[in-house]
Ligand binder design. Structure first.
Ligand SMILES: Nc1nc2c(c(=O)[nH]1)N[C@H]1C(S)=C(S)[C@@H](COP(=O)(O)OP(=O)(O)OC[C@H]3O[C@@H](n4cnc5c(=O)[nH]c(N)nc54)[C@H](O)[C@@H]3O)O[C@H]1N2
Ligand SMILES: Nc1nc2c(c(=O)[nH]1)N[C@H]1C(S)=C(S)[C@@H](COP(=O)(O)OP(=O)(O)OC[C@H]3O[C@@H](n4cnc5c(=O)[nH]c(N)nc54)[C@H](O)[C@@H]3O)O[C@H]1N2
Ligand SMILES: [Mo]
Length: 761
C-alpha cells in the first residue's frame, strides 16, 4: 500500500468499455480516492471527449453493489444467496471442477463463453482464460461475434474480407455528396470511433445530402435534419433490390465498373427483372413489403446513382435480423453498381479498421489480440473443418479471412467443435442428442452478462439450471451472476494497467488509478492464480509490466511518455486515412479481392456450393420468419426492435444513478398504436409473446413508425415472484434461432403491448 497522498493529482487514462469507442479520462485522485473525472479538453482535433457514462465512472467504481470478494453459492441456483470465501478456496473449487469435468466427460464438456469487456485492452481480457484452458486440454468455444455476424458473412461473401476492411475511415465522408445512414445511428453508437461526434459536427457543414433509413427517427437523423425514410424491420433487402431495379431500368449503372471488377451481375439482374422467378422487383413490389412508398424508392435510387461520390453507411442492426445477411449483400451490389467502391467519398459500411501497419497497435476487439493468446486449442484441433460455413465449406479451402488468433478464441469457428454463440443454451439443453458435438457440463463465463444479453432469457436460465458447474468473473451481481456456483470478483479499468488502441486515431495507456477494491483482481491476476492451481508452469513467464512495456515499445512508442500522458494522439493530418478497396480498384492486377475469383462477387460460387436455398448465391429478399405478414402477426401484431441505448453500454451503467436518471427504460411506441390500445405516455405496459413477458413504461412518440416498437437492449432482467420481468429486458422476447448466416436476430420478433393494469400488475 502506498502512503495516502493528500495532494490532489491527475492520472490520465482511457475509457474503452464495450461501446467499441475510446475516450480520454483525466481522473482526479486525492488520498487514494477518485474524487472527479474530467475529459479531453484540448482544442486540437481530433477530440476524444468522454460521454456521460465515462464521466460517471466514479459511481460505477465505488458502487455499493460491487462484488469485491470471491463468493460461493449457498441457496438454490439463481436465488442469489452467496457466502464470502477466500480466493484460495474459490480457485481450488474451480480447478477441481475443471479437472473433474475433463476426467469424466472430456475437455469438450467445458464451455468458455466470453464477451467484449473493455474492448481494445491488450492484456486484461477473456483470452487469458483461453490461455489457461488450452493448457489443460482445451475447451468448447464459440465462433463469431454477437454484433455483426450477418454483416461479416456478407462482406466475406462479396469482398472476401472482413467488413472492417470494407469500410473507409470517417474522413472519407467529407468527400461525399450524399450519405445514407442505413440502420446506423452514428451519433449514439459511433461504432469504432470516439471521434465520430466531431466528424458528424463537421459533416453538417459539408453540404452533403443526408438520408436515414430506419424504423425510428434517430438522434443522427435529428442532428442532420435528414430525410427520414421509415422502413419495416427486416425488409431492407427488398428496398435495396428495388433501388437496383430502378438503376437498371434507367440504365444508370456503371457497366464498365461492373464488367471489370464484379462477377455475376447478369444473374442478379435476371432476378431483379423477374426473369428468374416471374416477379420483377419493382418499387411497387418493395413498397408492399417494406412500407416505403414506391416514389421514395425511385427518387432515392436515381439520386444515389447520380450524386457521385456517395456513401451508404450500412450498419449491423438490419443484419441482426432473420436473413439479415441479404441486406448487407444487397447494399454491396448497389455500391458496386454505382462505381462507389475504392473512391474517396464513396463506399459502404459503418466502421473502419484499416490495419495497414502491423506494428502500429490498431483497434481490435478483445481476444483478437495475440499478446497473451493461448495457442492452439486441442479441442478445435481434433475436430474437422466445418462444412456449413462460407470460408471452410467442404473443408477444401483455406480460410479466406482470419484474424491472428491462434486459439481461435472469440473469432474462432474454423471447426465443428465451436458453437454459434447464439445457440449455447440450446447446445447445453440438447447436447449430443440435439446434434451438438458434446454434452456440456461446465460453463466459464468471462466478462459477459449472458442471460441478460442473449436471445430467449427464459431458455438461457433453463440451461444455467441444467449445468453441473457455473463460474463467473464479475464486478456486479448481474442476473447471470446469480446463477453462478462461484463468482470471481473482477476489478475495473481504473484499478489496473493496460495498453489500448483506438480505431485509427490514437494509442493509449490505461493507467491504474487506484488499488483494486476489496479483494477484486485483474484478469491477469485471476488467470495466473488459476493456472497455478491447475499446475500450469508456462502461463506467463514475465510480469505484467513487462508484457505491457514490450507491446508499447514494439509499437514504436515511448513507454514512460505514454504512461504519463495516457494518450498519444495522431495529428489530424497524419491520422491513418483509408479508402476501402482503393488498391483493388487502382491496381486490380496486383491487388485482387480476396474472394475465390479475385472479383467483387455479386454471384458467389462458394455460396452456391452450400446448396442452401436460405443462403442464395446472389442477394435476395427472403421474408423474415416473424414479419408483419406472418400468420403469427394476427396474435402479435407489432414488430420489436431492440436498439443500443445512449445511456448504457449493453447492460453496463444501468445501475449508475447519474446516468440512469437521464432517461427511463421504456418501450417506444407510435401514437397510433398506443391510442388503439388505450396507452398513454408513461403508462405501465406489458410487452409479450410466446417466449416471455416484460413490464415497463411506455413512451408514446411519433419518432417510431407505426407497427414497430423499440425496447433498448441492456435493461436488467428482474423477474417478479410471478416470473415476469419487471426490468424491461427485451431478451425475454427474442428467439435464439440464428439467421442462416449466423446472426443473432435482435430485430426479428413479433409482440403485443397492453396496459399492465389489465393483468392486475
Ligand atoms: N451508447 C452505446 N453505444 C454502443 C453500444 C452500446 O451499448 N451503447 N454498443 C456497441 C456495440 S457492441 C455495437 S455491436 C454497436 C451496434 O451498432 P448498431 O447495430 O448499428 O446499433 P443499433 O442501435 O442496434 O441499431 C442502429 C439503428 O438501426 C435501426 N434498425 C434496427 N432494425 C432495423 C432494420 O431492420 N432496418 C433498418 N433500416 N434499421 C434498423 C435502429 O432503429 C437503430 O436506429 O454499437 C456500439 N455502440
Ligand atoms: N436484445 C438485444 N440484445 C443484444 C443486442 C441487441 O442489439 N439487442 N446486442 C448484442 C451485442 S451487439 C453485444 S456486443 C452484446 C453484449 O453483451 P455483453 O458483453 O454480455 O454485455 P455487457 O452488458 O457489456 O456485459 C458485460 C458483463 O461483464 C461484466 N464485467 C466483468 N468484468 C468486466 C470488465 O473488466 N469490463 C467490463 N466492461 N465488463 C466486465 C460486466 O459487469 C457485465 O455484466 O449484447 C448483445 N445483446
Ligand atoms: Mo456488439
Amino acid at each position: 500500500m502506498k502512503d495516502p497522498d493528500s495532494t490532489e493529482k491527475i492520472i490520465n487514462t482511457i475509457c474503452m468499455d464495450h461501446c467499441t469507442n475510446a475516450c480520454f479520462l483525466k481522473v482526479h485522485v486525492k488520498d487514494d480516492k477518485v474524487i472527479r473525472i474530467e475529459t479531453d479538453d484540448q482544442d486540437s482535433e481530433p477530440h476524444f471527449k468522454a460521454c456521460a457514462k465515462g464521466r460517471a465512472y466514479r459511481q460505477l467504481l465505488y458502487h455499493p453493489d460491487r462484488v469485491k470478494y470471491p463468493l460461493r453459492r449457498t441457496g438454490a441456483r439463481g436465488e442469489g444467496k452467496f457466502e464470502r470465501i477466500s480466493w484460495d478456496e474459490a480457485l481450488e473449487t474451480v480447478a477441481a471442477e475443471l479437472k473433474r469435468v475433463k476426467a469424466v466427460y472430456g475437455p469438450r464438456s467445458t464451455i468458455l463463453l466470453s464477451s467484449g469487456g473493455d474492448v481494445g485492452s491488450y492484456l486484461h481480457y477473456g483470452g487469458l482464460i483461453d490461455r489457461v484452458l488450452v493448457r489443460v486440454g482445451g475447451y468448447t468455444g464459440t465462433q463469431g461475434t454477437v454484433s455483426d455476424k450477418g454483416t461479416e458473412f456478407a462482406a466475406k461473401a462479396t469482398y472476401g474480407s472482413m467488413h472492417y476492411k470494407g469500410a473507409s475511415t470517417r474522413d472519407n465522408l467529407f468527400n461525399s455528396r450524399m450519405i445514407i445512414f442505413w440502420g446506423f445511428n452514428a451519433a449514439i453508437t459511433k461504432c469504432f470511433g470516439g471521434h465520430t461526434p466531431s466528424t458528424l459536427a463537421k459533416l453538417k457543414e459539408s453540404g452533403a445530402r443526408i438520408v436515414s433509413i430506419d424504423p425510428r427517427y434517430t438522434e443522427t437523423a435529428a442532428f442532420f435534419d435528414a430525410q427520414w425514410i421509415p422502413i419495416r424491420p427486416g425488409t431492407d433487402a427488398a428496398m435495396a433490390i428495388a433501388m437496383a431495379y430502378v438503376i437498371i431500368n434507367e440504365n444508370l449503372q456503371e457497366q464498365n465498373f461492373l464488367d471489370k471488377f464484379t462477377l455475376g451481375f447478369d444473374e442478379f439482374k435476371s432476378y431483379v427483372l423477374g426473369k428468374e422467378d416471374g416477379t420483377p422487383k419493382t418499387p411497387a413490389w418493395a413498397e408492399e413489403i417494406s412500407g416505403v412508398p414506391a416514389d421514395t424508392i425511385v427518387n432515392l435510387a436515381k439520386e444515389y446513382a447520380t450524386a457521385k461520390p456517395s456513401a451508404i453507411m450500412d450498419s449491423f442492426a438490419p443484419g441482426r435480423s432473420a436473413y439479415g445477411e441479404q441486406f448487407n449483400r444487397a447494399i454491396h451490389v448497389l455500391v458496386a453498381m454505382t462505381g462507389n467502391i475504392g473512391v474517396p467519398g464513396g463506399g459502404g459500411g459503418c466502421g473502419a479498421m484499416p490495419g495497414a501497419d502491423p506494428n502500429r497497435p490498431l483497434f481490435m476487439l478483445n481476444g483478437a489480440h495475440t499478446l497473451m493468446s493461448g495457442g492452439k486449442n486441442p479441442v478445435d484441433l481434433a475436430s474437422p473443418y466445418r462444412k456449413d460455413s462460407l470460408e471452410f465449406q467442404r473443408g477444401k479451402r483455406k480460410p479466406t479471412f482470419s484474424i491472428p488468433s491462434p486459439g481461435h478464441y472469440y473469432y474462432g469457428g474454423a471447426t465443428t467443435a465451436f458453437l454459434n454463440r447464439v445457440q449455447v443454451a440450446d447446445a447445453i439443453l440438447k447436447g449430443k442428442g440435439g446434434g451438438y458435438p458434446a454434452n456440456y457440463k461446465l460453463l466459464f463465463l468471462v466478462t459477459i452478462n449472458w442471460a441478460n444479453q442473449y436471445g430467449d432469457t427464459n431458455k438461457i436460465i433453463k440451461a444455467l439450471q441444467k449445468l453441473d458447474f457455473v463460474v463467473v468473473t464479475e464486478q456486479f451481481m448481474t442476473s447471470t451472476a446469480k446463477f453462478a456456483d462461484i463468482i470471481l470478483p473482477h476489478n475495473t479499468l481504473l484499478e489496473r494497467n493496460d495498453f489500448v488502441s483506438a480505431p485509427t486515431m490514437f494509442t493509449g495507456y490505461r493507467n491504474k488509478v487506484v488499488d483494486s477494491l476489496g479483494e477484486s483482481k485483474s484478469m491477469f491476476e485471476i488467470a495466473q492464480a488459476l493456472a497455478a492451481k491447475l499446475g500450469i508452469t508456462d502461463f506467463s513467464g514475465k510480469p505484467e509490466e513487462q508484457w505491457l512495456r514490450e507491446a508499447v515499445e514494439k509499437a514504436g512508442i515511448d513507454y514512460d511518455k505514454i504512461r504519463k500522458e495516457g494518450i498519444e494522439k495522431l495529428p489530424e493530418d497524419e491520422c491513418e486515412s483509408y479508402v476501402a478497396f482503393e488498391r483493388q480498384i487502382r491496381d486490380p492486377e496486383n491487388h485482387p479481392f480476396k474472394t475465390p475469383s479475385g472479383k467483387i462477387e455479386i454471384y458467389s460460387q462458394a455460396l452456391a456450393d452450400l446448396e442452401d436455398p436460405e443462403i442464395p448465391p446472389i442477394p435476395k429478399y427472403i421474408e423474415p420468419w416473424e414479419s408483419q405478414d406472418a400468420p403469427l402477426s394476427k396474435k402479435y401484431p407489432l414488430q420489436l426492435i431492440t436498439t443500443h441505448f445512449w445511456r448504457r453500454v449493453h447492460s453496463r451503467f444501468e445501475n449508475v444513478p447519474w446516468v440512469k436518471e437521464l432517461e427511463p427504460q421504456s418501450v417506444y411506441i407510435n401514437s397510433v398504436d398506443a391510442k388503439h390500445r388505450g396507452i398513454e405516455e408513461g403508462d405501465v405496459v406489458k410487452v409479450y409473446n410466446d417466449r416471455g413477458k416484460t413490464i415497463l413504461t411506455a413512451s408514446v412518440t411519433e419518432r417510431m413508425m407505426p407497427g414497430v416498437v423499440d425496447i433498448p437492449e441492456g435493461a436488467w432482467y428482474s423477474p417478479g415472484e410471478d416470473g415476469i420481468d419487471r426490468g424491461g429486458c427485451p431478451n425475454v422476447l427474442l428467439s435464439d434461432v440464428p439467421s442462416p448466416g449466423g446472426a443473432f436476430c435482435t430485430n426479428t420478433a413479433l409482440v403485443e403491448v397492453e396496459k399492465a393494469e389489465k393483468e392486475g400488475h
